[in-house]
Design a protein around this ligand. Sequence first.
Ligand code: MN
Length: 234
Amino acid sequence: MRPIIGVTMSLQSGIPGQSDYFALYRPYVAAVEQAGGVPVGLPAQPEAAADLLGRLDGLLLSGGGDIAPDLYGQEPHPKTRLVDRKRDRFELALVREWVKAGRPLLAICRGIQVLNVALGGTLIQDIPDQVSELVVHQVSEGEARHPVRLRPGSLLAALLGGEELEVNSYHHQAVQVLAPGLAVVAWAADGVIEAVERPGAPFVVGVQWHPERMLESDGRHLPLFRGLVEAAKG
Ligand code: MN
């Protein structure tokens, strides 16, 4: 039996002449399949987090809009975009259930931010405004790329191999104050946190980049998904 991996979806709303719908980019689905898991899409349903815990083997938090800043005690920055409070409540509840139960989860882009906020951390709300524009983390067209430095001895470094990795970059926010229980395991050259993990947990990993979009050109990112699926078998 292959493990069932829940993948969170995003709500597409406000499209003229069309009903709202939940969406999931195909590369997330393809990455879980390629790693040997069975992906199932999870629309936001905050009251169902505990029900899902007992029925899924692993969790993948996908990318999306910004988390409502009041959820980590801040006023919204003018560039706050695409807030979906129902999705926030759902994913924060999922992370808390998952971490409490010691179950495997992989958190991508918005996901690493959800992971950090769920466990008590805060976010840089706009990197160009609050850190620097020296490293381009986001470009308006297409995708930026930059190297990240991996922490030697981390689970992430063991999975990906080596001390440095080229990643894509499509985010204007990042981890600010790290949540208790998490460790930083990758940085960009400007100091922006690019990955975290939970030492001692079987598999709790968050990355700020989009490994699912890099698989076709760079198989070095597949072990992230394999790591999740293997941990979900346990
Ligand atoms: Mn970046």
